[in-house]
Design a protein around this ligand. Structure first.
Ligand code: ADP
Ligand code: MG
Ligand code: ZN
Length: 472
């Protein structure tokens, strides 16, 4: 769904930087860990001291290739390159990255709704250090001093670059969420946006709907939450439309997203590749994975979220999108087991989504299936089912035993009916409104009955009784 005024469409390409879950850095033995005292995980190599030499981390390469295969890329022999630029958080004055021969190229990622997003490349590079600008607005321009922490310098990254194919903020968010789930499933990264182990640059442009040609883009750097990503994209696209409609045009530049202010601000005008004077790094040999190594990676690949969703969707009889939450919570195997044990698919999914956000605790799939059956039989009301469910999650046990020990028996319909008759007699005006079709008062009657029965009544049956009485 586009957030733009009529006649305009968005074009979005994402560059996602992912920190790999290695123990050590990309080219030295320093620890790769987040949150340590500044400048404690450093050595001559990651500080770029003269005479130091890099040695590539085999685990990092393994993770990068695993990610590449997980997103359908071709994994090819690759070459490290130097990207030359000066910045205080980059002690060598160049970043070791990959340029024209990246490890992974030409893949794709399928979103839960079936949309396929093309991936240009997913290359290996090192992270920079982290600058903290003091004073002013946290930006370098008006800073009084800048602190630099080199613990992050040389941390292994993979940068995953999409084709300019995303069409809305929602789609961009779904893409990043799916990539995060794949990273977690493969163990390649902990993908924690809030700790910066997954950072997103969003390239945004707009064009008249249906135009084939791409227009000038702006790149919003270092977005660190899904919420910011969506807001930043919508803001930026609207800014472009406003410029075009005023007879102006955006200029190609990087921009910063200001979450509090709800706007993006101009960064630097964007360098062209020429300005970086890329060349192959003479200190590092090319990477040449063997067919056996690639086969071993495919062999060890866990079942990915997309396949897990489709398996659960067909077992439960729901759509792929309706299985997202279960897969995200890692409850898909549990749900499949419960369905195999006789639990009705839609009810199983309803509980997994609505009542099991904190996991299943010590509850077994079989006892859960038994509870779902009790609910389907009408032996327990919805409120009672929830109470029993939470008890099973906390302490285990069988639903029938727990229900009995809690004194839950299904209420007799005739008992419910006489309660309802009493309520109608006590509240004739409300009842008249209900009978005339005002469904808003329905909740009042159900609520009163629940109160009188301490939640033992089955809301569905109360609703049925009310409709029957109103028609009678
Ligand atoms: P750079 O290396 O300068 O960042 P790339 O050509 O590698 O440039 O593109 C980076 C990202 O920008 C990619 O995700 C790509 O899909 C996206 N992109 C390129 N052109 C546009 C455009 N006109 N509108 C939106 N996104 C774009
Ligand atoms: Mg870029
Ligand atoms: Zn080091």
């Amino acid at each position: 769904m586009s957030e733009l005024s009529d006649g305009w469409e968005m074009v979005i390409g994402l560059e996602v930087h992912v920190e790999l879950a290695t123990k050590s850095k990309l080219f030295c033995g320093c620890s790769n860990s987040f949150g340590d005292q500044p400048n404690t995980n450093v050595c001559p190599t990651c500080l770029g001291l003269p005479g130091s030499l890099p040695v590539v981390n085999a685990q990092a390469v393994q993770y990068a290739m695993t990610l590449g295969r997980a997103i359908g890329c071709t994994v090819s022999p690759s070459v490290f390159a130097r990207k030359n630029y000066f910045y205080p958080d980059m002690p060598k004055d160049y970043q070791t990255t990959q340029y024209d021969q990246p490890t992974n190229e030409d893949g794709s990622l399928e979103l839960p709704d079936g949309t396929v997003i093309g991936i240009e490349r997913a290359h290996i590079e090192e992270d920079t250090g982290k600058s903290t600008h003091l004073g002013g607005g946290g930006r370098i321009h008006d800073a009084t001093a800048t602190l630099v922490d080199y613990n992050r310098a040389g941390v292994p990254l993979v940068e995953v670059v999409t084709r300019p194919e995303l069409t809305s903020a929602d789609e961009a968010r779904a893409y990043v969420a799916e990539l995060r789930d794949i990273l977690i499933a493969t163990g390649v990264s902990d993908a924690r946006m809030e700790e910066g182990s997954m950072r997103v640059d969003a390239n945004v442009s707009v064009r008249p709907t249906g135009d084939a040609e791409l227009r000038t883009r702006c790149e919003i750097k270092n977005i660190n939450s899904l919420r910011s990503l969506g807001r930043a994209i919508n803001y930026e696209a609207r800014r472009h439309v406003a410029l075009y409609e005023a007879g102006e045009a955006p200029s190609q530049e990087t921009r910063h997203w200001d979450e509090d202010g709800g706007r993006s601000t101009s960064g630097r005008s964007k360098e062209d590749a020429d300005d970086y004077r890329y060349f192959a790094c003479p200190d590092l040999p090319p990477l040449a994975p063997t067919p056996a190594e690639l086969a071993a990676i495919d062999e060890a690949m866990p079942v990915l979220p997309g396949r897990r969703r489709s398996a659960l969707a067909s077992a439960a009889g729901v759509s792929m999108a309706e299985t997202s939450l279960a897969v995200e919570r890692g409850l898909d195997t549990f749900a499949l087991d419960a369905i195999a044990a006789g639990g009705q698919g839609i009810s199983v999914m309803k509980h997994v989504d609505q009542n099991l956000a904190d996991g299943v605790g010590v509850m077994t799939a079989e006892s859960f299936a038994a509870l779902v059956a009790l609910e389907a039989d009408g032996a327990l009301s919805a409120t009672q089912v929830k109470t029993v469910l939470y008890e099973m999650v906390a302490s285990g046990g069988q639903p029938a035993d727990i229900a009995a020990s809690m004194g839950f028996e299904a209420m007799d319909n005739s008992e419910l009916e006489s309660l309802l008759d009493q309520l109608i007699a006590d509240n004739p005006d409300e009842w008249a409104r209900f009978a005339e079709g005002d469904s808003k008062v329905q909740g009042f009657f159900v609520g009163q009955i629940m109160k009188a029965t301490q939640g033992k009544a089955d809301g569905k049956i109360v609703n049925q009784l009310m409709s029957a009485k109103a028609k009678a």
